[in-house]
Write a protein that binds this ligand. Structure first.
Ligand SMILES: NC(=O)c1ccc[n+]([C@@H]2O[C@H](COP(=O)([O-])OP(=O)(O)OC[C@H]3O[C@@H](n4cnc5c(N)ncnc54)[C@H](OP(=O)(O)O)[C@@H]3O)[C@@H](O)[C@H]2O)c1
Length: 301
């Protein structure tokens, strides 16, 4: 089928596009910088980048780009607001706009990327705006499916790779806060498999799926696993939350993408865990174990 994908130029989007392409779908991938991604994206059979912005393109323009697409996969999102439109504009208003365009273009299916921890009365603004977006999607007439992954690991992730970089160079690895909030990482290929799988499974319509691996880990445990896979003995230094917040504010004043934000400090203080059972039953697979991935990615051979 013809599929319109937002966020296809990103880390998770690339894996989703690859799975859609392998399943024989033709994909139009929206990007603000379609030309910059053209060569990489068109290497995937049936994938074509198109230029647009979920915060700036009009509903008419987006609907025009979606013409003849039967499904819309909406992945566009941000984790850092600096240098871009904010969370409300991208997550909430962007979703409202993409959904209105999908309705105008008469799409028959809408797959939506949310995030684990997204809930009514969430503390972090990232989660609050993703929750508002989910509510918009759930109110749509187009048969929808919502996905809520915990942290997503993979070759291009900005989580394990960042800590692996620090653990390679520095004898001390910072842990934000007490490091006891648990995460349930899921492999990027497993996330992509769910998105591609949902298009072939009508029973996933009207459902929300939490996406997580088999095990949950405290942040410090995760960082210790990365260091161990690299064969490095490291000290783990806890950054008290008020200090981490202050540092995040200072990072925000400096040029470039900050290593972490205040919102992320808030999120790392919460458990981010789920029951992967409904995902496994709906899509029929066992998620890849983090231990196995770390050994392959960072192991010493
Ligand atoms: N990575 C994780 O661990 C994780 C966990 C849970 C949920 N998620 C969600 O998964 C989605 C993808 O995350 P990611 O890690 O792949 O992020 P990423 O690598 O930063 O990719 C973000 C994507 O969103 C697009 N985008 C951002 N602002 C846009 C705008 N105004 N208009 C159009 N497109 C826009 C970007 O396209 P261009 O820059 O090319 O325009 C890019 O393709 C996000 O919704 C994120 O919240 C990620």
């Amino acid at each position: 089928m013809k599929v319109f994908v937002t966020g296809g130029s990103g880390y998770v989007g690339e894996a989703v596009l690859r799975h859609l392409s392998l399943s024989g779908h033709e994909c139009r991938a929206l990007s603000r910088e379609a030309e910059a991604h053209r060569r990489r994206l068109t290497a995937l059979p049936g994938v074509y980048p198109v230029r647009g912005d979920v915060t700036a393109s009009s509903v008419d323009q987006l609907a025009g780009l979606m013409a003849k697409c039967e499904a819309v996969v909406h992945l566009a999102g941000i984790i850092v607001e600096k240098g871009t439109a904010g969370f409300e504009a991208v997550h909430t208003e962007g979703t409202r706009r993409v959904l209105a365009a999908a309705e105008r273009a008469k799409a028959k299916r809408f797959l939506h990327m949310s995030a684990l921890g997204t809930r009514e009365n969430a503390v972090a603004r990232y989660h609050q705006t993703k929750w508002a977006a989910e509510r918009i999607v759930r109110g749509s007439q187009i048969p929808w499916t919502v996905f809520r992954p915990s942290i997503i690991f993979g070759e291009r992730d900005e989580f394990l790779n960042v800590f692996a970089g620090i653990a390679r160079r520095s004898p001390a690895v910072p842990v934000i806060g007490p490091g006891r909030g648990r995460l349930q990482p899921i492999w990027v290929e497993d996330v992509a498999r769910c998105f591609a799988g949902a298009l072939a499974r009508p029973e996933t319509q009207g459902q929300s799926y939490d996406l997580g691996g088999e095990r949950a880990y405290a942040l410090e445990e995760l960082l210790r696993m990365v260091a161990a896979a690299l064969g490095k003995r490291r000290m783990f230094i806890h950054l008290p939350v008020p200090l981490a917040r202050l540092q995040a504010r200072l990072f925000n004043l400096l040029p470039g993408k900050p290593p972490f934000t205040e919102d992320q400090v808030t999120m790392l203080g919460e458990d981010n865990v789920c029951d992967p059972g409904p995902m496994k039953r709906a899509f029929g697979f066992e998620p890849r174990s983090l231990e196995d991935y770390l050994k392959e990615r960072f192991g010493q051979g």
